[in-house]
Design a binder for this molecule. Structure first.
Ligand code: PLP
Length: 433
């Protein structure tokens, strides 16, 4: 029996069946139905719920609302694009002007030199495409045994078939009848590069297509890399001809105080996956930035040039791309990325102060505008986050009894202090220490 099957034989409960038709995501239904916080409006860092609450969004939703909620220019960009053309697909000889413009813009700001850009609808999509392209690359090269995708323990890469299969949070892989949906995957240590080297030797570099990693693990508990870890695994990838896929779905577009975490950590990945921060969530959009080594063979002028069969109806959706273009303009105009660089030390200091003053806080971690507060075992991060809501703030419980902090970039210093103070208050309220 696994965590997913706890109530496998119980009949559905009438009071739950009669609830909303919408099946909530990632939910133990008896724990959430009847007490959902239903958000109906957002403005800046603030959210308003149908039961009259006003809440400060300390997580920017699911790490996405970087420019804050309710930005009128983004609404206007979507409206104008829809009037002109909702979208047109980008299959074969068709394209649309906004997808092409966004491709140019993303290639220009990508840490990958001469990148080509694949567009789709979100982070899980992007991961699926990146893993497929890694395998496609080695098949095309004739190195057909290179199929395994490595990922780190505690990793989160979305929940499509590939994301599920490479999940480092075990509960996301459980319950589907085999170790993973896509067979050729393996886990590596999240912080010990020596163990990574061992795994590569055991599996054999000739069998490994790619290594996927977040720069700072998000859902796994806000885990910045241990010093030297990313640099070492990048070197191991280079030396062993393993493609490096950097998952920047959370870190991309400014959350580290640099446009991408690749710049923050000095990495040169073969692919970068992105989503969330490309539009601040104003339209569903994600994609992959691809290095020349991978795309050039598909761009040869010859009848037998191979095809990479990626694509979906909404790949390069014109309205989503128009929103992304306006959004990137706002990030630049309002200098929000350098602002995050300033906020990094404010957050770090506030968290260190919190840990010094509140005994039940056992560890704090941060990088850029990402923070994690870990609580001792006498407390539940989930309960503390419920109490936080009563204080008017949203935090989110993550693996490892940790509270996620990832506010919009527009947060003021004073608001950031209020958020951390509220977490302290919620923790001491529960623990008395
Ligand atoms: N990769 C990372 C690092 C993420 O944090 C997420 C979502 O939180 C995903 C991929 C999946 O993105 P999406 O939820 O847009 O499919």
């Amino acid at each position: 029996m696994t965590i997913n099957d706890v109530a496998h034989s119980a009949p559905a409960t009438p009071s739950l069946i009669d609830g909303p038709a919408l099946w909530p995501a990632q939910a133990h239904t008896p724990s959430v139905l009847g007490r959902q916080l239903v958000v109906e409006r957002g403005e800046g860092c603030w959210l308003y719920t149908t039961d009259g609450r006003k809440l400060f969004d300390g997580t920017a939703g699911l790490w996405h609302a970087n420019v804050g909620h309710g930005h009128p220019e983004l609404a206007q960009a979507a409206y104008e694009q829809m009037l002109q053309l909702e979208t047109y697909h980008i299959f074969a000889r068709y394209s649309n002007d906004k997808a092409l413009q966004l491709g140019e813009k993303l290639a220009a700001i990508s840490p990958i030199e001469r990148a080509k850009v694949i567009l789709n609808s979100g982070g899980s999509d992007a991961i699926d495409v990146a893993c497929k392209l890694a395998r496609r690359h080695w098949q095309r090269e004739g190195r057909t045994s290179k199929k395994v995708i490595l990922s780190r323990e505690f990793a989160y890469h979305g929940l499509h078939a590939y994301g599920t299969s490479i999940a480092g949070l075990e509960f996301n892989r459980e319950g589907y009848g085999s170790e993973s949906l896509v067979p050729e995957t393996a886990r590596i240590s999240f912080n010990d590069p020596a163990q990574v080297e061992e795994v590569i030797q055991r599996i054999g570099a000739e069998n490994i297509a790619a290594l996927v990693t977040e720069a700072v693990q998000g859902t796994g508990g806000v885990n910045p890399p241990t010093p030297g870890y990313l640099e070492t695994i990048a070197r191991l990838c280079r030396e062993n001809d393993i493609l490096l896929i950097l998952d920047e779905v959370i870190t991309g577009f400014g959350r580290m105080g640099t446009m991408f975490a690749a710049e923050y950590y000095g990495l040169e990945p073969d692919m970068i996956t992105f989503a969330k921060g490309v539009t601040s969530g104003y339209a569903p959009l994600g994609g992959v930035m691809v290095a020349p080594r991978l795309w050039e063979p598909f761009y040869v002028d010859a009848p037998d040039t191979p095809i990479f069969r990626h694509g979906a109806t909404y790949a390069g959706h014109a309205t989503a791309c128009a929103v992304a273009l306006k959004h990137l303009e706002i990030l630049e105009r309002e200098q929000l990325v350098p602002r995050v660089a300033e906020l990094e030390s404010v957050l770090r200091q506030a968290l260190e102060d919190l840990a010094a003053r509140v005994e039940a806080v056992t560890e704090v971690r941060s990088a850029g505008l990402l923070g994690g507060v870990t609580l001792d075992a006498s407390l539940s991060a989930e309960q503390v986050c419920d109490d936080l809501v009563e204080l008017g703030f949203i935090g989110r419980p993550l693996r490892g009894n940790t509270i996620q902090i990832s506010p919009p970039f527009i947060i003021t210093d004073a608001e950031l202090h209020s958020l951390i103070d509220a977490i302290g208050q919620a923790v001491t309220g529960r623990s008395g220490k």
